[in-house]
Design a protein around this ligand. Structure first.
Ligand SMILES: Nc1ncnc2c1ncn2[C@@H]1O[C@H](COP(=O)(O)OP(=O)(O)O)[C@@H](O)[C@H]1O
Ligand SMILES: [Mg+2]
Length: 447
């Protein structure tokens, strides 16, 4: 329901307006003294103000000026007596939306109010769109922690070069965000940006995806199709989660990078291609190489520059920034009026270890915004599992007199590692992070 504040000293007019508005489904607040307007406005936050020009206490024009100072977008419709046309012009200049003249016509009053509400709605939409556009255009990368500031500096340095870049970081740390930022800041900004999800291509389709094919090259090739290398020509190719690429694909990729040319399956001529490569991975390249899952030569070819994104729990300074930005986005997406988080919720944000990193935080906030009915997001509305709920803290070392300290410690260590790996559902990278050990150390200890 829309609410309207009526400021009018003639009680007959006041009651008449109020009854018309109520009948038409508006909520009304009444005031007859100019000096009370500001405090009433602040307490009831009406959608529209109907403001008499001549009032006792303080006149309409001076109140109008004050209201506009408090809120530039507030919609004010002036009520004017029969005389005073000159004043009306002045109020419009000062930002009043429109006016109605006494004695007024019921339909005219309602129409003016409807139009005003419509304008207000449109203004809001325009503002939302502008904000979204701004976000897209500037590709806002949030972060003011020393780690992120350092990475942003590195990005500024390498973006305009043609260097191949590896972005390493756990899932949800923003690898794609940074890959995109490098592209946006590069000299290839107006050329194609082609992303290839390396884990998502089935083995049988790798070649056709990467190289494309000519019509009739194989059964099912009903038309010719350009491959990703060709599409990326002149631009940037993002090889997302490259350690998930099958070994066969890795060999082919390396050849293209070295020869700078590509041939469609079933095609006769090689095409020259030139693209910049950005490769991401949530795995440890050296470990993958040691396991025979990733080609060392390809790694060295890609590794002209490396960016390593810290997990969210390693850059707590950024947590309040993310919280604010994700809240703002979710608010406008789901049309909610929420002013912020209570301090307990913020404390959970800062204490939680965020195994899913920034992506998890975004999801948690989206869910909280959708499900909350209150003005402020409370701790109970956050659907996250707190670290102190996790089984890792329920540890009691067994003291066994027949054993040396060393044996007991070893046993204790084994238990901790086993429990942590169970807790992370077998994700060793996460387990290593929680235990704060290198993944290679973890693997060694597991053996
Ligand atoms: N620094 C950042 N600023 C703004 N949004 C971010 C940032 N880092 C991550 N995000 C958001 O978090 C989510 C996960 O980021 P993404 O780049 O897909 O992570 P990754 O590829 O490392 O798994 C996305 O919704 C992304 O918009
Ligand atoms: Mg990703």
């Amino acid at each position: 329901m829309h609410s309207i504040l009526i400021v009018e000293d003639n009680w007959e007019t006041q009651l008449l307006i109020a009854s018309i508005l109520k009948e038409n489904g508006y909520q009304t607040f009444l005031i007859d003294d100019g000096r009370k307007v500001i405090s009433k406005f602040n307490s009831c936050k009406p959608d529209i103000i109907l403001l008499d020009i001549q009032l006792p206490g303080e006149d309409g024009i001076s109140i109008l000026k004050k209201l506009k100072e408090i809120d530039q977008n507030v919609i004010i419709i002036m009520i004017s007596g029969t005389r005073g046309t000159k004043n009306i012009v002045e109020t419009i200049k000062l930002g009043a939306y429109d006016y109605v003249r006494k004695p007024f016509d019921q339909d005219e009053l309602l129409l003016t109010i409807e139009r005003a509400l419509k304008t207000q709605e449109l203004n809001q939409q325009v503002n939302d769109l502008k904000r979204k556009l701004h976000f897209k255009k500037n590709n806002i990368v949030i972060g003011n922690s020393p780690q992120i500031r350092r990475i942003l500096n590195q990005v500024d340095l390498i973006a305009p070069t043609n260097m191949s870049v590896i972005i390493q970081g756990d899932s949800g740390t923003g690898k794609e965000v940074f890959a995109n930022l490098i592209y946006k800041k590069s000299l290839r900004e107006n050329r194609p940006f082609i992303a290839l999800d390396c884990g998502a291509i089935p083995d049988t389709l790798v070649e056709s995806e990467l190289f494309g094919h000519e019509k009739g090259a194989f059964t099912g090739a009903i038309s010719s199709k350009a491959g990703k290398f060709e599409e990326a020509n002149g631009g940037t190719l993002l090889l997302d989660e490259i350690t998930n690429m099958p070994i066969l694909g890795q060999a082919k990729l390396l050849r293209v990078l070295e020869e700078k040319q590509t041939t469609r399956i079933g095609g006769r001529n090689a095409r020259k291609v030139d693209f910049r490569v950005i490769a991401t991975s949530n795995k440890d390249f050296l470990f993958e190489i040691s396991q025979g899952n990733f080609r060392e030569d390809l790694y060295h070819r890609l590794n002209e520059f490396q960016i390593s994104l810290p997990s969210l729990s390693e850059r707590k300074d950024d947590i309040p920034l993310f919280a604010q930005e994700f809240l703002n986005n979710a608010k406008s997406r789901y049309n909610k009026k929420i002013s912020g988080f209570n301090s307990e919720a913020m404390k959970i944000f800062l204490d939680y270890h965020w195994p899913g990193n920034v992506r998890e935080m975004k999801n948690v906030i989206n869910r909280a915004v959708v499900t909350t009915d209150s003005n402020v997001i409370q701790a109970q509305q956050l659907s996250i599992q707190r670290q102190d709920d996790l089984p890792i803290n329920e540890f009691h070392p067994q003291i066994d007199k027949s054993n040396s300290l060393k044996t007991m410690l070893k046993k204790y260590e084994t238990d901790i590692i086993q429990n942590t790996i169970e807790m992370t559902n077998g994700n060793k990278t996460k387990a290593a992070k929680i235990l704060d050990v290198n993944i290679r150390t973890l693997h060694r200890k597991m053996k």
